[in-house]
Ligand binder design. Structure first.
Ligand SMILES: *Cc1c(COP(=O)(O)O)cnc(C)c1O
Length: 397
């Protein structure tokens, strides 16, 4: 801990634990203490930690070939991309491979500008799309944006969950509407039924591209392979990342063929695009996702988890609302959740926040019922403690 604090940029809100080992939905710290992981490294470990198929694929590929620039062909890259486009929604069958969620958004923004020849992108208030300069321009939270102004121009934000706001914002300079089907960082906000369909219709009518940032909502997380499939809406461009390479860094921008082909040789690239090691892990990850029917599992486990959280809401007045779909869940409290997160960690459960007042749960899709039960028991205790402390102090809620 001292060494990280001494030499690493101080940009992460560090928790006092040294994680050294993981298996499934469990983690262990350097002292051998066990934790239930309801964070998955922000949704990356959807398959659980050290999934045996992924471990095996990485080991085998590491001995074969680790790096191979995309100016050459590679067998694992071809296999991965084929597996990927087999599962993406209809028509989304050309992909650009990168290394992170933010990069998948960067590519989508460039693609929208190149394809349409127009500059403007409409994003949503409350959106999170990453922190590189382009993606950051589409991210909403002032605390991420303001120190770095000016960001890229012609990106504007409109109120979410109201399709009329998007219709009003579209001009003859608009290239695309960019949104998360379910806003994650923005508080686990599931859109009202009909909203995504209405946005799709408006985009079609106005000749504007629809880009879904599915970095957090894809890979079975919401009970479907892709979040948009909960509403039967297919975007023109889709951004993927977090869990797609079983834990290794990856970003993927998928688009309809005529759109992606507007990018010409040299107009976009990155050195690590489609590395054999990452693609081998990605093949194993997609295989495991399908073979283990993890989207269905997320739907079932998610229902169980959500109703248990609703039980906590009934019991504890400090819980304002429970939201989410599949294993993308949020529990909004009536105050800052920082202490709740630290206390849960102290009692052996890792959870995330989503904004100031929302506890966010993104467990591995393989989480077992008894592990969910432990997470709920710990949250129950922590919420009880918080309630008592608040009742006996003068701190306003
Ligand atoms: C995490 C996330 C990103 C950014 O991904 P990074 O890999 O951190 O750059 C973008 N969009 C959404 C919806 C995310 O959840």
């Amino acid at each position: 801990m001292e060494t990280e604090n001494r030499y690493l940029a101080n940009v992460f809100s560090k928790k006092s634990v040294v994680i050294t080992k993981g298996k499934g939905a469990l983690l262990w710290d350097i002292n051998g203490r066990e934790y239930v992981d309801c964070a998955s490294s922000y949704g990356v470990a959807a398959l659980g930690h050290c999934h045996p198929k992924v471990v095996e694929a990485i080991k085998a590929q590491a001995e074969q070939l680790i790096t191979c620039h995309s100016c050459y062909y590679n067998d694992k890259r071809a296999k991965f991309i084929e597996k990927l486009v087999k599962i993406t929604p209809k028509g989304l069958d050309k992909a650009f491979l990168s290394n992170s969620g933010a990069e998948s958004v960067e590519c989508a923004i460039k693609l929208a500008r190149k394809y349409t020849g127009k500059p403007e992108i409409i994003a949503l208030m409350g959106a999170f799309h990453g922190k590189t300069m382009g993606a950051l321009s589409a991210t909403w939270d002032k605390k991420y944006r303001e120190p770095f102004m000016p960001l890229i121009p012609e990106i504007k934000h409109v109120a979410p969950d109201n399709a009329d706001k998007i219709r009003e914002a579209i001009t003859d300079k608009t290239a695309a509407v960019l949104m998360e089907p379910i806003r994650g960082e923005g508080g686990v906000r599931v859109p009202p039924d009909g909203y995504l369909q209405a946005v799709r219709e408006i985009c079609d009518e106005k000749g504007v591209l629809l880009i879904f940032d599915e970095v957090q909502t894809s890979f079975g997380r919401t009970g479907k392979l892709f979040g948009c499939q909960n509403w039967g809406v297919i975007p023109d461009v889709m951004c993927l990342a977090k869990p797609f390479a079983g834990g290794l860094p990856i970003g993927i921008t998928v688009a309809k063929e005529n759109i992606m082909s507007s990018l010409k040789v040299g107009e976009h690239s990155t050195t690590f695009s489609g590395s054999p090691l990452v693609c081998a892990a990605g093949c194993a990850a997609i295989d495991a996702l399908l073979e283990e029917k993890l989207a269905d599992k997320a739907a079932v486990n998610g229902k169980y988890f959500k109703s248990a959280l609703e039980g906590l809401q009934e019991k504890h007045k400090i819980v304002k609302e429970v939201r989410g779909l599949g294993l993308m869940l949020g529990m909004e409290l009536r105050f800052d959740v920082h202490n709740v997160i630290l206390k849960a960690l102290d009692k052996g459960v890792l959870v995330l926040d989503a904004g100031r007042t929302v506890v966010r749960l993104l467990p591995p899709l393989v989480i077992e019922k008894k592990q969910i039960d432990k997470a709920i028991a710990v949250l129950d205790t922590v919420l009880g403690e918080e309630e008592n402390e608040r009742a006996s102090s003068t701190v306003p809620n």
